[in-house]
Design a protein around this ligand. Sequence first.
Ligand SMILES: C[S@@+](CC[C@H](N)C(=O)[O-])C[C@H]1O[C@@H](n2cnc3c(N)ncnc32)[C@H](O)[C@@H]1O
Length: 215
Amino acid sequence: MTEARRLAEYHSPEGAQEYLEEYQKLHRKFSDRRERRLLEGFFAQMGTLQSALDLPCGWGRYLPLLASRSERVVQSDYSGSMLAMGRERFAKLPVWGRIRASGTQLPIADGGVELAFSIRLNHHLVTPEHRLQHLREMSRISSRYLIFTYFDAASLKNRLRQRQVRRGRKKPKNTLARHQVRETLEQAGFRILADPMLFRIGSGHRVVFAQRGVK
Ligand SMILES: C[S@@+](CC[C@H](N)C(=O)[O-])C[C@H]1O[C@@H](n2cnc3c(N)ncnc32)[C@H](O)[C@@H]1O
């Protein structure tokens, strides 16, 4: 699927509703729990934050967590329907701003937020250049911390997938190599503090926690 088509789907009310329903499924609840446990560990190391950008925020799955750890939360997503759904679902939680924007070009100043938080976007970006550009953009706007996920090219899940791709049975995943991620962050002045797999066997996602200016 092209990136434009995927974006149009997310932007539509039907696409946003579909994503919300996906998260009611059992396997999603399981991965949600594991993901939250990893994130809680990262948040414990950061203490209370001044500001955080949640991009892509989707329907606001992480708004309660972010609002409990950061004085200000900005939500952003390409999809206007996702932003609207999040506003309805969490009407009582304070949000500093909502911005409809692309993760590869954010209308935010350099170092404009203390934490840039991007869960489950990278593997939706169709070209490798966009996947790296997204990391550069998140690094640019973060004054201190980064948390994001990506699909690791060397993961067992991806290696099994590549066999299917070679047999013409499946399409390739949108991956990055671990060294590419590390080098991109280092060039932007960040060091990776942790990058565990979401699940060693059943998932190819890594959850990265990085800090600016640490030797
Ligand atoms: C899998 S959802 C993840 C949402 C949220 N982070 C979560 O974990 O629940 C992917 C989100 O990325 C958004 N999205 C897709 N491509 C995007 C892009 N290029 N820039 C910004 N948001 C994008 C979609 O609208 C959707 O809300």
